[in-house]
Design a protein around this ligand. Structure first.
Ligand SMILES: Nc1ncnc2c1ncn2[C@@H]1O[C@H](COP(=O)(O)OP(=O)(O)O)[C@@H](O)[C@H]1O
Ligand SMILES: [Mg+2]
Length: 226
């Protein structure tokens, strides 16, 4: 069975690998639906491209399902069409953490509740890592704030994989730390607070935090070498 995005639907986001569509009346779902379609990259050999695309679709669908099943607030998976490399999932009503922080950057984040935000992000990451899901691309545009209930939703699992290694989890956190540092000035305290919630909420977090120190050191050395 295949399921295509109806023609004429506007794309809401076009990334390097995928287009995201908003289908408000699709499948008679009251809250609407998001279709994420990975397109062909002509600069890659067609076989390799197909292989990589399939892998990402499968990884994204698997991780969405695994996280949801374990009680995390991630988009509900509705349908996967391997022919068109499209995932149909719940539409999260809300905005990305990136957008929220950018909206309030000029006023030193006056309208952002840092205490709740760091708690929700830290606890979601803790839960995800306790399932051995490594996200692989943690940025503030891959974290969404739900409008209706108080929650942060992790999205964009295309580069995710399963690992129980503290090192892999530390790199995941480091990627997010770099994303905060490069996109959102003066959020060091916010990130520290995210880490402290992560520490409290995840039983193996101590090992991850130790590794995080190593990963940071390596990062600094690399940037000194240029
Ligand atoms: N389930 C969803 N609900 C609402 N918005 C979404 C959803 N999935 C993606 N988006 C929006 O589309 C953007 C791009 O989607 P994402 O899965 O991160 O793909 P990309 O690989 O292009 O980064 C997100 O930053 C978010 O704004
Ligand atoms: Mg993304």
């Amino acid at each position: 069975m295949t399921m295509a995005v109806p023609s004429g639907v506007a794309c809401i986001k076009q990334g390097a690998e995928a287009r995201v569509f908003d289908l408000p009346t699709f499948l008679s779902l009251p809250q609407g639906c998001i279709a994420k379609e990975r397109f062909k990259k002509t600069y890659r050999h067609p076989d390799l491209d197909r292989q990589l695309t399939n892998k990402r679709v499968v990884q994204e669908a698997r991780s969405l399902y695994k996280c949801k099943k374990a009680g995390m607030d991630t988009p509900t998976l509705y349908f996967v069409d391997m022919n068109t490399a499209t995932i149909f999932m719940e539409k999260i009503s809300g905005i990305t953490v990136k957008q929220r922080l950018l909206d309030y950057q000029a006023t030193q984040y006056s309208g952002v509740d840092f205490a709740s935000l760091s708690k929700y992000i830290g606890e979601s990451l803790a839960k995800m890592h306790s399932l051995d899901v490594i996200h692989g691309d943690l940025t503030t545009s891959n974290l969404m704030i739900r409008e209706t209930i108080e929650s942060v939703v992790i999205i964009d699992f295309g580069l995710s994989y399963i690992s129980n290694l503290a090192e892999d989890k530390a790199v995941d956190l480091y990627v997010l730390e770099r994303a905060f540092a490069s996109t959102h000035p003066n959020t060091e305290e916010l990130f520290e607070s995210i880490l402290s919630h992560y520490l409290n909420a995840y039983k193996n977090s101590k090992a991850v935090m130790n590794k995080l120190e190593d990963v940071r050191l390596r990062g600094r050395k690399r940037s000194m070498l240029g």
